[in-house]
Design a protein around this ligand. Structure first.
Ligand code: ZN
Length: 121
């Protein structure tokens, strides 16, 4: 699974923060996260990331990617390929991209604004 969780609005939510895609099912308070088929699939296959799978990108990832491209201009499949090549480098680049230039906070990718100072992106 793609799990740059830190920029996700669910993860950044202060009242009810998501523990992250890789947390055990019992820790997930959101139904959509607890019942996520992509997460379930990766766990069953013993994978840390979807890109480790023979079937990547499968239909589940392709439909998610379509939505992310349309809504957030993020290409999950391309990102996964980069992460597969060099996970450390990919995550460093992500930190660079999603750090607020105003306050150093984390940018909430789903709301397109900084989770700390609220500046919009
Ligand atoms: Zn900020």
């Amino acid at each position: 699974m793609w799990s740059n969780c830190i920029i996700c609005s669910a993860y950044l939510n202060k009242k009810k923060p998501c523990p992250g895609c890789r947390a055990p099912k019992e820790e997930h308070t959101r139904k959509s996260c607890a019942n996520c088929l992509k997460k379930k699939c990766a766990v069953e296959k013993g994978l840390n990331y979807c890109f480790e799978c023979d079937k990547f990108p499968c239909s589940k990832i392709k439909s998610l990617n379509k939505r992310y491209l349309e809504d957030y201009n993020i290409d999950i499949i391309e990102n996964s390929k980069k992460a597969k090549e060099n996970t450390k480098k990919f995550l460093e680049e992500q930190v660079e991209i999603y750090t607020c230039k105003e306050c150093g906070g984390v940018i909430d990718v789903h709301h397109k604004k900084c989770s700390d100072c609220g500046v919009e992106f």
